[in-house]
Write a protein that binds this ligand. Structure first.
Ligand SMILES: N[C@@H](CCC(=O)N[C@@H](CS)C(=O)NCC(=O)O)C(=O)O
Length: 229
C-alpha cells in the first residue's frame, strides 16, 4: 500500500488530473488512485470528504499527519507537482536557471491558454480530422510551440539537453507534465505541427504512461456533455 493517493476525474476528459498522474508515473513514484466520475450526482458528496474546492486532482500524502490526525491533502495541480518534487527531490531541472524557466512555463500553462482549453477540450477517445482552429486558439498554439522551442532550442545549446533526453528540458520534468494534456488536444483536434513540436507531441503520445492513461480513458462510458464539441 502506498502512502500517496491521487484523487482524479474521468481519464477521458480530466486534463488537470492527467498532469500529476503523468508526473508521478514518469518519475516512477508509487501511488494509489481514486477515480471520481465528474459532474455526476455523487461527485459533490464524494469530493466533500476532501478539503479541496470540490475539484480534482487532490493528493493525499499519509506520511504527513496534521494536528487533527488527518493526512496531508494537497489540491491544485501545480501545488501537487511542487509537493512531489520537494518530497522526492526530483521532477524539476537541477540547474537553477532552467528550473526557474521550467516553473515559469508551467505557471503560464496553469494560469493561461484559455483559448485552447475552452475550444479544444481533452477527449482521449475522439479524433477530429481537419478540425477548424479559430484565430484565438491558433494564438495559444503558436505561443505553446514558441515556449517548447524556447525550452529545447535556446537552452539546449547551453546545456546539451538533447544528450539528456527528448523532454522539454532533456530529462523529464514538471513542465512536461503540465503540457501533456495540451499534446492530447493537439493530436485529437488534428493541429498541424512541425519541427520539434511535432516530434515532441509524438513522443508524449507514445509515452508508456500516456498510453496507459489513454487506454483506460477509452474504456470509460461516462459522457460529460459540456466537454463534447
Ligand atoms: N486549477 C485547478 C483546476 C482543477 C479543475 O478545474 N478540475 C476539474 C477537472 S479537470 C474539476 O474538478 N471539475 C469539476 C468541477 O468543476 O466541478 C488545478 O490546477 O488543479
Amino acid at each position: 500500500m502506498s502512502d500517496l493517493k491521487l484523487v482524479i476525474g474521468n481519464k477521458n476528459y480530466s486534463s488537470w488530473s492527467l498532469r500529476p498522474w503523468f508526473f508521478l508515473k514518469n518519475l516512477g513514484i508509487d501511488f494509489e488512485e481514486e477515480l471520481v466520475w465528474l459532474f455526476e450526482e455523487k461527485k459533490e458528496s464524494h469530493l466533500s470528504s476532501y478539503f479541496s474546492n470540490e475539484k480534482v486532482p487532490v493528493l493525499v500524502d499519509s506520511t504527513f499527519a496534521l494536528q487533527d490526525g488527518s493526512s496531508l491533502q494537497v489540491w491544485d495541480t501545480l501545488a501537487i507537482i511542487e509537493h512531489i518534487a520537494t518530497r522526492f527531490k526530483k521532477g524539476w531541472p537541477e540547474d537553477m536557471a532552467n528550473k526557474a524557466i521550467a516553473r515559469a512555463v508551467s505557471a503560464e500553462m496553469h494560469s493561461g491558454f484559455t483559448g485552447i482549453r475552452n475550444a479544444l477540450p481533452m477527449n482521449c477517445k475522439k479524433h477530429f480530422p481537419n478540425y477548424p482552429i479559430e484565430a484565438e486558439v491558433q494564438q495559444d498554439i503558436d505561443r505553446i510551440v514558441a515556449v517548447w522551442d524556447y525550452c529545447r532550442g535556446t537552452l539546449n545549446e547551453k546545456d546539451s539537453f538533447s544528450s539528456k533526453g527528448s523532454w522539454l528540458f532533456g530529462e523529464f520534468s514538471g513542465a512536461d507534465a503540465m503540457f501533456a494534456p495540451v499534446v492530447m488536444r493537439m493530436i485529437g483536434y488534428d493541429v498541424q505541427l512541425s519541427g520539434f513540436a511535432s516530434d515532441y507531441a509524438q513522443m508524449v503520445l507514445e509515452n508508456t504512461a500516456m498510453q496507459e492513461w489513454v487506454s483506460a480513458g477509452k474504456l470509460e462510458t461516462h459522457v460529460i456533455e459540456e466537454d463534447e464539441v
